[in-house]
Each structure stands twice: as C-alpha cells, then as structure tokens.
Design a protein around this ligand. Sequence first.
Ligand SMILES: *Cc1c(COP(=O)(O)O)cnc(C)c1O
Length: 375
Amino acid sequence: MEQIKMVDLHGQYLKIKPEVDTAMQRVLDHCDFVNGSTVADFANALATYTGAQKVLTCANGTDALKLALMALDLNPGDEVITVPFTFVSTVEVIVSLGLQPVFVDVHPDTFNMDVSQIKTAITERTRVILPVHLFGQCADMETILSIAREHHLYVVEDACQALGTEVTFSDGSVHQAGTMGDVGCTSFFPTKNLGCFGDGGALFANNNTLASRIFSMANHGMSQKYHYDYIGLNSRLDTLQAAVLLAKLPHLNEYIATRQAAAKYYDRALNDCPDVFLPVEVPFSTHTYHQYTIRLASGNRDVLREALAAAGVPTMIYYPQALHLQKAYRYLSYTVGTFPIAENLCQTVLSLPMHTELTMEQLQYITYQLRSFLQ
Ligand SMILES: *Cc1c(COP(=O)(O)O)cnc(C)c1O
C-alpha cells in the first residue's frame, strides 16, 4: 500500500498531466503571463459552472476577502460579524482594513456560524455578515440572507473551502457556494477543492457595479491605463494558474464525488465507534468534504492522533486555537469562555486524510487503525 497522505497533489496531477502540461505550455509559448486571455476564459468557465453573475479572479483567497470588503464602501470602525473557528484570513482582512470583527460562536454539529446568535451581535455599526462555509458545507445562508435583508446588511461569503457545494432554498432553488451573498470569495490554494499550482483566488459578485469595482481594485484601482479611481491592490491570477485551473475545472465534479465517496466510507466504517462524533450533514446543503472532521472526547484526541501517526496515518487539527484567543487578536479583548463551542472544538476536532486519490485499501487501513485504537 502506498504511504497515506493528508492530501495527494502529485497523484491528482499525474492523472491529468497531458491536459495540464499542454495548457501550461501554451502560456509559455505566448508569454502572456499577466492578464492573458486564459484568465478571462477561466473566469467565464467558472461563471458557467457556478451560475454566478460575475466572476473576478485575483491572487489568492485572502485577497478575495479583502477585495470584497474594499468594494463595499465601508468606513473604519464598521462592524463585520463573523466566526472565530476558521482560517485566519477572515479576521485578518477585517482588521487590516480598519474594520471591527464581531464574532458569533459556531454550531457544534456543523462547525458553521450559529445563526441563532447573529441578531444579538448586530449593533448600529454592523454593516456585513461574513459566514464561512467550513470544511465544504455551507452555513445556513437562507437565514443569514433574511437577517441581512431585515437589517440592511451586506453578506460576504467565505467559500474558500466550499467551491462546488450546493444549497437548496425553501423555494426549491439551488445555489452554489459563493453565489448567494453580495460577494462570495474562493481560493485555489493547491489543497482546496479546485487547486492550482501556487496561489489563486476568485470573487463572485451579484451585480455589475460591484463586479467592475472589484476588477478595478484588484488592478491597482485602475479605470484606464495609468488612471486610478480607487486605492487598490495588485492582486491578479497569473495566466499560468488560470491555464491549470481551466484544465482542472472540468474534473471538479468528479473530484467532489471522490471526496464524497471517501466520506461515505468513513461514515459507514466509523458509525458505531464509541465517543466519536462524525460530520453532520444538514438538509439544505451538500457537503463537498474539503475536510472530513470528526470530534472526540478532549482527552482522547491527542493520544489518538499520536497513535495514528505511529501507524502511518496522518491527521490534522483544523483548528488548534480559536481566532479570538490568538496572540495577534488579543487586543480585541475577548476572553476564554466567550465562545465555548469554538473553544471546545479546538480541543476535540480531528481531520482525517481526505483527497481525491485515496484508495479503498488506504481507507480500510485508516478506519481499521482508528477503530482498533478506540475500542
Ligand atoms: C484557504 C482559506 C482562505 C484563504 O485562502 P488563500 O488562498 O490561502 O489566501 C480563507 N478562508 C478560508 C476559510 C480558507 O480555508
């Protein structure tokens, strides 16, 4: 059996090597490395895939979040409601723009924003709700959108881990992650659902005005060459990365199906394990399993993780510390115990190997080892 990896980028590349190599060679032959025509081709293909009004590409997912907030004409001190149990980008961009993050706790089953806590977090200064679709499953967007409408707030979705996830609203309409709010953000970091060979990101905008502001802001705030309407960023998707992504996009659905099949295997094999809480699928969202994350009793987690590592099964802790308690964000003055669910998850979650190249033999081995340590 091949060594088990947390992610297997090389195996995924080898399967489509001729397509990707040809696409990259084409860029090398044209030398249109920045804003080449392939970038627009990829943006159009992604718009078709997601059903988004407009797709704007940028340098990475963090910049996508930053550009989204920059495009919304907010003022310093305006408040953005988000979650403390996520990757750091979300809060980093908020504070770097002089905005104020206001956290609400997450739900213990889904790890996503607990929508029952949003209303009490809203103040005079609240302008944005920024839910994160963690691990590949969407937050309760229908409720979030209705609260936002009622309070005249923007919604920016962090869909960096959830490209391809679908939400069904109560009217039966189906929407892709990132396309439901005013702006959605995604990342093409190599390990994401759709990964490139370096950094990359994109935004989904629900109207043309917002889209053209974002496009301009990602290109130094430029309106026409050497004329600047906004204070912008230099944040572009390289043509080489766009070529890789355009070649990989037709495979995204099969990548997702493979992740879901691995998740189903884990579900069945671990279903009756004592003291293990498996991922919970909500009825309104599909789950694309960017991560397959279980919960254990807190004392067990680290012991199990070491035993699995010794048996050749890598695991990861996403995330070991909640953002409100990180050193960099202590100045926000949140104390231990403020967000008990997020804090507890940091002690109890464990993400199992999850990628598109897991074999049946590897899945059997991983779950066999897990079961034998837990019995
Ligand atoms: C990966 C990720 C980001 C940032 O994406 P980068 O492309 O690495 O900048 C932001 N938010 C979440 C939830 C992520 O998982």
